[in-house]
Design a protein around this ligand. Structure first.
Ligand code: NAG
Ligand code: CA
Length: 421
């Protein structure tokens, strides 16, 4: 029996209501974005974002996004949308980042702010709800931040999620579900997932060590003990240093002037160090004492860790040493499948083209460097030809023949030089 598709989907629990798109920005309307994105003002020297598809791209128009354009700057730009709460809903935050400058140190993340943010005064300490995205600084820091503001404190994820550090566009997705679970995807495949409570220290621990439980005094947790049957041999103790028996009093020693002569001191070859008894297994060993745990009275579960009163602004507030990162295809929605589809249609389409273009560029670079390598080698070879006749033909043979050979080799070499740029 064939079921109609919507019925089939709903039987599988897959049918979803229409996706709600809270925010979407692809920069497809020329300068239009300058009306939607607002610069923060407190510092006059924030870096400038420009609209660009960069040095290589899939589609020159579609792949335009916000590119950082000045080195060693802070950037602070944001866009506002209708406030919404994610209570009882899935929240998906997604965007593409392209570090085409071969990034050394710089942020590639977004911050989601509540409605109260003054966009012209967005700064480092402006309170946000969520910060998400890649961050690179040297070889040591290459991670994806997932930071939640929980009761006024920024709480970082306990797991280490590695970000991409190549020059291509990558799609970053954060999904937060009302079951207090989350998922992080890079390029539409899952790189981390789990429960909010387990992977962030939002709440105090569920269990603590029982403060009333003490290790019994007679609890023996020494694995080895001194062998009671072992004793120090009688001839063990020897001085560590002794007077050198081979030293002789110098004949010119003047005891009245220098005091009584004393031989130099040497290490005693018979000295054995401190005596220690042999170690044996402790017959009384009881194992490691496990501190009993009790329920932590400070702990109370929170089924609303994931929920925020409202989201209203998406901000790019970051520092970059070497500029050139392009941000594009921002999406905030309640629909995971829609976000994946949108990712496929944007990043999914451009990644193949980008790879192709970049490969072609590298091939061109390679073939031009191969060509110059051939030039260098051939020119060195021709130079050698000039001197070979002089080496091979003795001066007495025919100096005029040697000269002719040298001259023609020289001319050949000149041509060799001429093919060099
Ligand atoms: C996105 O693309 C991948 C790879 O082609 C595919 O497996 C997946 O089903 C697509 N997702 C959606 C929602 O279309
Ligand atoms: Ca775009």
């Amino acid at each position: 029996m064939l079921l109609p598709v919507p019925l089939l989907l709903s039987l599988l629990g897959l049918a979803a209501a229409d996706p709600t798109v809270y925010f979407k920005e692809q920069f497809l309307d020329g300068d239009g974005w300058t009306e939607r994105w607002i610069e923060s003002k407190p510092k006059p020297d924030f870096g400038k974002f420009v609209l660009s598809s960069g040095k290589f791209y899939g589609d020159q128009e579609k792949d335009k996004g916000l590119q950082t354009s000045q080195d060693a700057r802070f950037y602070a730009l944001s866009a506002r949308f209708e406030p919404f709460s994610n209570k009882g809903q899935t929240l998906v935050v997604q965007f593409t980042v392209k570090h085409e400058q071969d990034i050394d140190c710089g942020g590639g993340y977004v911050k989601l702010f509540p409605a109260g943010l003054d966009q012209t005064d967005m700064h480092r300490d402006s309170e946000y709800n969520i910060m998400f995205g890649p961050d690179i600084c040297g070889p040591g820091t290459k991670k994806v931040h997932v930071i939640f503001n929980y009761k006024g404190k920024n709480v970082l994820i306990n797991k280490d999620i590695r970000c991409k550090d190549d020059e291509f566009s990558h799609l970053y997705t954060l999904i937060v579900r009302p079951e207090n679970t989350y998922e992080v995807k890079i390029d539409n495949s899952q790189v981390e997932s789990g429960s909010l409570e387990d992977d962030w220290n939002f709440l105090p621990p569920k269990k603590i060590k029982d403060p009333d439980a003490d290790k019994p005094e007679d609890w023996d947790d020494r694995t080895k003990i001194d062998d009671p049957t072992d004793s120090k041999p009688e001839d063990w103790d020897k001085l560590e240093h002794i007077p050198d028996p081979d030293a002789k009093k110098p004949e010119d020693s003047d005891e009245e002037m220098d005091g009584e002569w004393e031989p130099p001191v040497i290490q005693n070859p018979e000295y054995k160090g401190e005596w220690k008894p042999r170690q044996i297994n402790n017959p009384e060993y009881k194992g490691i004492w496990n501190h009993p745990e009790i329920d932590n009275p400070e702990y109370s579960p929170d089924s609303n860790i994931y929920a925020y009163e409202n989201f209203a602004v998406l901000g790019l507030h970051l520092w970059q040493v070497k500029s050139g990162t392009i941000f594009d295809n921002f999406l905030i929605t309640n629909d995971e499948v829609y976000a994946e589809e949108f990712g496929n249609e944007t990043w999914g389409v451009t990644k193949a083209a980008e790879n192709f273009v970049s490969k072609k560029k590298k091939e061109r670079l390679f073939s031009s460097s191969l060509l110059s390598a051939i030039r260098v080698v051939s020119s060195a070879y021709l130079r050698l030809l000039i001197f070979l006749p002089a080496i091979l033909i003795p001066a007495s043979a025919s100096s005029s023949l040697a000269f002719r050979m040298m001259y023609s080799a020289y001319k050949l070499n000149k041509q060799g030089d001429n093919i060099q740029p």
